[in-house]
Design a protein around this ligand. Sequence first.
Ligand code: DC
Length: 225
Amino acid sequence: MSGIVIAIDGPAGTGKSTVAREVARRLGLAYFDTGATYRVATLACLREGVDFAATSDVAAMVATMNVSLMLNPANPHVELDGEDVSALIRTDTVALSVSKVATNLEARPILQDLQRDVIATERVGGYSSGAGVCAEGRDVTTVIAPEAEVRVLLTADEEVRVARRAGEGADAATVREAVLGRDKADSAVVSFHEAADGVVTIDTTDLTIDEAVQAVIELAQAQQQ
Ligand code: DC
């Protein structure tokens, strides 16, 4: 028996993280936020004073950093050198630099391999004891786990995405730049605004979180029949 892989991609503000985490919780799967690997790599570089323009130095840091990912959807967290850095990787300092790591074509494949390893482990054991994993990001449906049983692209109108993030704090202009600016930078290396073949698009513009979660769970149930 091999566990299920549910892959969810999409831009910021679509509800992707909340939906993926809740799907994992309800189905007893591991929850894997692939963006966290880019964020923790960014924090590692900032701490060690690695120049983001020195692409090989960034890749060397990424290859050697000591990261642990905890995939319990009730309490997901990330450790760097044994320290829980889950809150630190969400700070503006990290958010402002993370695209530099995500678009580094030497560092990116190293993190992609790490992500594939995590998913392979969860299919047969790991946190989920082989039940499987709900993994979210930008290229999980296309590059990391194109073989996933369920592949979903979450979308939402731009204004709704900005408004959702604004609701989490910060002023509107900063949020607009953070959401749209980062999407633009990230789009340079990965396509996540249109669904690839076999990927189901769920537009969350008019959906509650619960409705989006239900939609993903129905796809998973249909797949397992
Ligand atoms: O989803 P997030 O905001 O935590 O993602 C952090 C950064 O990593 C963001 O710039 C997009 C990038 N990313 C990526 O390029 N590929 C992924 N699979 C996940 C995230």
